[in-house]
Design a protein around this ligand. Structure first.
Ligand code: NAI
Length: 333
């Protein structure tokens, strides 16, 4: 199969070439997939895309015209794909449903710990010879209530780790996970989770129901000084509302690995340029905000699994006409 791989970084090439083992013909493009770059995939049977590639109707129709038959996503989330357009164009969509829930869950807990104990500030202080502790006061996580929104694979591991810390766990998910209940997590209505949690962490997919799940109205239901963590998808949070919450002190701290408008920022080195996004730039001014650039997935184990599952999807498609992990346009799963 001829495969056009978009949004390629050097680490993608390393892991994908190893998993491919010369079975398919891989063409790597650094560019993000967009209407302008879609012609790069001319004559490719398969387009391999990542989280910030544009897989809207226009791109899909352009890909269909030049013979693409499979979209092999290197991600679990597929909220950026117009599934109806893909189905209408006869393009199958495959994803990597699970690669390492541990990678994302561990990064989630890293954000909680770093924000709570202000490690990002302590690191800079100590390097400047400032060993004062004022402003670095944290709290014991033991005994605190953590609300986990979405208890699928990642949410379950988050629950497991925080259970080990002695946290009380509240959970919200339309499909409760018995493994979380067994850990002592109590499934409650979303409003109750918002009202009772000291820390709220988002591990749900981005869907029409979860779009701006955290907004001015829901923030008003949360505890004064709540810690908010988002390692799911940026648009689950209304960033402007969170900024207002930070300014008023209602929100105590925020840890983000994803951002609604991240496509124009993340995965690129902009250190010699400027940040064109004023909302994002405002977020960076708060000492109690810690942002990482969509790196929660970024472990050796996860990259290996992503590459292997992606190539398995493509090989199965070449052999049987269907990938291993097909995304169904009707059920969206
Ligand atoms: P999963 O499919 O195993 O679990 C998602 C859970 O969310 C399911 O239990 C589902 O029932 C639940 N859910 C669906 N709608 C909901 C709603 N309205 N409210 C609350 N819960 C709801 O997915 P997994 O592997 O745990 O990943 C979760 C999300 O994490 C992905 O969809 C993706 O957006 C994000 N992610 C982020 C990464 C990063 O690097 N920051 C890497 C991988 C995934």
């Amino acid at each position: 199969m001829r495969i056009a791989v978009f949004s390629t970084k050097p680490y993608d090439i390393t892991y994908l070439e190893k998993a491919n083992d010369a079975a398919h013909d891989l063409a790597f493009f650094e560019a993000r997939l967009s209407p302008e770059t879609a012609p790069l995939a001319a004559d490719a049977d398969v387009v391999c895309a990542f989280v910030n590639d544009d897989l809207g109707a226009e791109v899909i129709s352009a890909l269909a015209e030049t013979g693409t038959r499979l979209l092999a996503l290197r991600s679990a989330g597929f909220n950026h794909v117009d599934l109806a357009a893909a189905e209408a164009a006869g393009i199958a969509v495959a994803r990597v449903p699970a690669y390492s829930p541990h990678a994302v869950a561990e990064h989630t807990v890293a954000l909680i710990l770093a924000l709570n104990r202000k490690l990002h500030r302590a690191y800079n202080r100590v390097r400047e010879g400032n060993f004062a502790l004022e402003g670095l006061l944290g709290f014991d996580l033991n005994g605190k209530t953590v609300g986990v929104v979405g208890t699928g694979q990642i949410g379950e591991v988050v629950c497991r780790i925080l259970h080990g810390f002695g946290c009380k766990l509240l959970a919200y998910d339309p499909f409760p996970n018995p493994a979380c209940t067994a850990l002592g997590a109590r499934y409650v209505a979303l409003d109750a989770l918002f009202g009772e949690s000291d820390v709220i962490t988002l591990q749900c997919p981005l869907t029409p129901e979860t779009h701006h799940l955290v907004n001015a109205e829901t923030l008003a239901k949360m505890k004064q000084g709540v810690m908010l963590i988002n390692t799911s998808r940026g648009a689950v949070v209304d960033t402007r509302a969170v900024i207002q919450g930070l300014k008023s002190g209602a929100v105590g701290s925020v840890g983000l690995d994803v951002y609604e408008e991240e496509a124009d920022l993340f995965f690129e080195d902009l250190s010699q340029k400027f940040i064109p996004d004023d909302v994002f730039a405002r977020l960076l001014t708060f000492p109690n905000v810690l942002i990482t650039g969509h790196q929660a997935f970024f472990t050796d184990e996860a990259l290996t699994a992503i590459a292997e599952t992606t190539m398995a999807n493509i090989s199965a498609f070449a052999r049987d006409g269907a990938p291993v992990h097909l995304v169904c346009a009707t059920t969206g799963r």
